[in-house]
Design a protein around this ligand. Structure first.
Ligand SMILES: [Zn+2]
Length: 322
């Protein structure tokens, strides 16, 4: 597991939530949201275990152990670092099969120039954003062999939607982005349907755990919009993956006071702007501070940047948003 993937896992698991799920209860609260309780790592008789939920760190004044959620899992379950990661991933409910598939696609990306060329053409040029989003490529042909070697049955792959009845890779010739519990694939070829998902929900807002603490959040429709904004330094961006939000995504946007900038597509058929308008109304009724970003006609955030727009111009669009 790469360093950014480890960091992401830590972001996704609030230490306090993990402790509480393991029956830990705070005995008293201190300033800045910190709390003390009995230490789950040694036989403790007075509360000596300190948790800082904002920093996602713990420290025990009794046994001297301290660290992050991964360190806690190591000590609590008495396992080594890789097993602790595996346990945490399992606890998160990320199906291991999707993890393996994601890793496989990631390895393929840099071996296939057509995939890199496609990303380049969409303005995705920094290896940092490729790492951050764990972008991969499905060249077609070898996924099934790889996964069966890891012990997955052909039936399991078929049921997950990763291979077709004929045994081919469902995501063949697509750039693949892992979501929580799903995969999004963008076709390289204009003759195939552009978007593909596995059966099941698209999940919550993209990378929400990383942006939800920002007082201002930019919401875009597509993962290529997300990628290009993130690459341009707008790290307070999230994505609904399509312009219709599901109930979970909608509740996430409303879960605390914040300003939401809607930067949906200004496509010629008007569907992005219509969706933004209706979402704007619904969010305002919930007391969310909403600003609708107006992009030049025919553009989405991705094409705006890919065709020469810069961070400063986009910032001006944010400031002009009403
Ligand atoms: Zn202790």
């Amino acid at each position: 597991m790469s360093r950014p993937a480890v960091d992401e896992l830590k972001h996704q698991i609030p230490l306090l939530g993990y402790l509480q799920a393991h029956a830990w209860r705070p005995a008293r609260t201190l300033s800045r949201g910190r709390c003390m309780g009995l230490c789950p790592l040694h036989e403790d008789h007075k509360p000596s275990f300190l948790v800082d939920p904002l920093k996602n760190l713990f420290y025990c004044y009794g046994c001297g152990h301290g660290g992050d959620v991964i360190r806690f899992a190591e000590l609590y379950h008495q396992v080594k670092f890789p097993q602790a990661l595996a346990l945490l991933r399992q606890w998160l409910g990320l199906p291991p099969l999707l993890q393996e598939t994601t890793e496989f696609y990631r390895l393929q990306l840099h071996r296939h120039s057509e995939a890199i060329a496609y990303l380049y053409q969409r303005g995705i040029r920094s290896s940092e954003v490729i790492e951050h989003m764990r972008i991969g490529y499905a060249p077609g042909g070898c996924l099934r062999g790889w996964l069966t070697e890891l012990g997955y049955s052909r039936l399991a792959l078929r049921e997950a939607g990763l291979v077709t009845a004929a045994g081919n890779d469902t995501y063949m010739h697509r750039v693949v982005f892992p979501l929580e519990g799903n995969l999004y694939g963008r076709s390289l070829s204009a003759s195939a349907p552009p978007h593909r998902f596995l059966p099941g929900t698209k999940g919550g807002l993209y990378a929400w755990a990383q942006v939800r603490r920002h007082p201002e959040v930019i919401l875009v429709e597509g993962l290529f919009d997300y990628a290009i904004l993130w690459q341009a330094g707008f790290h307070n961006v999230t994505c609904s993956i399509g312009n219709q939000l599901n109930g979970h995504q909608y509740r996430q946007l409303c879960d605390s006071p914040r300003t939401v900038y809607l930067a949906f597509d200004a496509d010629t058929n008007g569907s992005g702007q219509k969706a933004a308008q209706s979402l704007d109304c619904r969010l305002r009724k919930q007391g969310v501070n909403v600003r609708t970003v107006v992009l030049p006609e025919g553009h989405d955030p991705n094409s705006f940047f890919a065709q020469g727009g810069g961070a400063r111009q986009f910032q001006a669009l944010l400031e002009a948003a009403r």
